[in-house]
Ligand binder design. Structure first.
Ligand code: FE2
Length: 275
């Protein structure tokens, strides 16, 4: 079964899975683990209500929902250009129409979420494509010196307001997997230097790789489609857009059966040798 599914997907194609009760879990798990992201096609009417109901259905397949701070006690976050949506005075790149460079969500949290689901219920007039970058592709582009910096315990890249900053290296090696945690300066407060000077060159080098469009897969979410991203293995971002664009988002913890990072023993051994 696994081979059959794999052979159907060319590496450049967006993996789209139709949501249905029967056999959905097996198909989803195989493709999601293989690719680090996928798109779920729901039946719905493109409304916020439908988007939220659909996302909520996915928690059964993705793990326990994570409560997000500054979110009125809700698990679902409305991502919007509405300037009044975030009352904490912290600038967010999601709040404007510009490029949101590929990143991991919650990189400034002690425990960033394992999985992210995003359902756009209002598409932009133009632009607003999702940008996807598998961590394995990114690591492949890095030289050994850069990888050594990314593995360094003191290489932190992002903070969100006061008292919330990244506490893990960009690359963490587990027994048989690698976790990636990257977001660049966008959330930093003035004078709050996170990247130590000895790592700033490496920071810029890695940022350049992340910003290179040749390394990004672009996809345009259609109505009633949800993008699911493995936040420990795959970066996501968004291209600039015109008009209003709104989406509903859910973070979840890890779940047994779903990869919790880049599962690659050969790569693990290679990175271990660089530490
Ligand atoms: Fe994000």
């Amino acid at each position: 079964m696994e081979k059959h599914i794999q052979s159907q997907i060319a590496s450049t194609e967006t993996p789209i899975i139709e949501f249905k009760d029967q056999n959905f879990k097996g198909e989803f798990t195989t493709i999601y683990n293989q690719r680090g992201y996928c798109v779920i096609q729901f039946k719905g009417n493109g409304s916020l209500k439908t988007a939220e109901e659909n996302i909520w259905l996915l928690q059964h397949f993705l793990g326990t929902p994570v409560m997000v701070k500054n979110n009125d006690g809700s698990f679902l976050t409305r991502i919007t250009t509405d300037p009044e949506a975030y009352p904490d005075n912290v600038f967010r790149p999601v709040s404007d129409n510009g490029l949101q460079s590929p990143h991991c969500d919650g990189a400034y949290e002690k425990n960033p979420p394992s999985n992210i689901v995003m359902n756009v219920y209002q598409r932009a007039e133009t632009g607003g494509e999702s940008l996807i970058m598998p961590g394995t592709d990114l690591i492949e582009k890095c030289g050994d010196g850069l990888l050594t910096s990314l593995l360094s315990k003191s290489f932190y890249t992002v903070a969100r307001g006061e008292n919330r900053m990244q506490t893990r290296p960009v690359l963490t090696i587990g027994e048989d997997l690698i976790q990636i945690c990257w977001a660049d300066h966008e959330y930093m407060q003035p004078n709050n230097l996170i990247v130590p000077s000895e790592h700033q060159k490496a920071f810029r080098e890695f940022q350049e790789i992340v910003l290179d469009e040749a390394n990004q897969t672009k996809l345009m979410l259609q109505e009633d489609q949800a993008l699911v991203v493995n936040n420990h293995s795959t970066l996501h971002g968004r291209s600039p857009f015109k008009g209003d664009r709104e989406l509903s988002r859910l973070w979840t913890e890890s779940k047994p059966g779903l990869n919790n990072g880049i599962l690659d023993r050969t790569l693990v051994e290679r990175l271990k040798a660089l530490k």
